[in-house]
Design a binder for this molecule. Structure first.
Ligand SMILES: [Fe+2]
Length: 135
């Protein structure tokens, strides 16, 4: 059983966004697997870095789409994305400085944030994408 499994309850009604959310989930699962199997910190750190980079790529793709769709809650989305990126950068800096272990608590935070964000904020844009033929 994977640590984090995508299911249709996370669908935002847009194939590209769903696919990108699945990639993020997969990266979180890879971190979990590296932890579970006692992989070295360099491997774990590498996957974490990949996740941070991919999250930025995904957020910017999502933001572009929401601008195209004239989504009225765009500012809230952007603020949540920015604060998540800041938090990840914070983790990264602390990790690099040896002040933070990439622990299950960090993973739980990433998983909870992503599920909450998708189910609350992202779901709000589905009808707007649909109305513009962007789903
Ligand atoms: Fe989002």
């Amino acid at each position: 059983m994977a640590y984090f499994t995508w299911s249709s309850i996370y669908s935002v009604g847009n194939h590209e966004m769903d696919s990108q959310h699945k990639v993020l989930i997969d990266l979180i699962n890879r971190m979990h697997e590296a932890m579970r199997t006692g992989k070295g910190s360099s491997e774990l750190g590498g996957i974490f870095k990949e996740m941070v980079n991919y999250a930025q790529f995904h957020f910017s793709a999502e933001e572009k789409l929401l601008i195209t769709a004239a989504f009225p809650d765009y500012a809230k989305q952007k603020a949540e994305h920015d604060s998540f990126i800041k938090k990840q950068k914070d983790f990264e800096a602390q990790y690099k400085a040896g002040k933070l272990a990439l622990s299950i608590e960090v993973l739980n935070f990433l998983r909870e944030w992503l599920t909450g964000h998708i189910q609350v904020e992202d779901k709000k844009y589905s009808p707007y994408l649909k109305a513009k033929g962007l789903s």
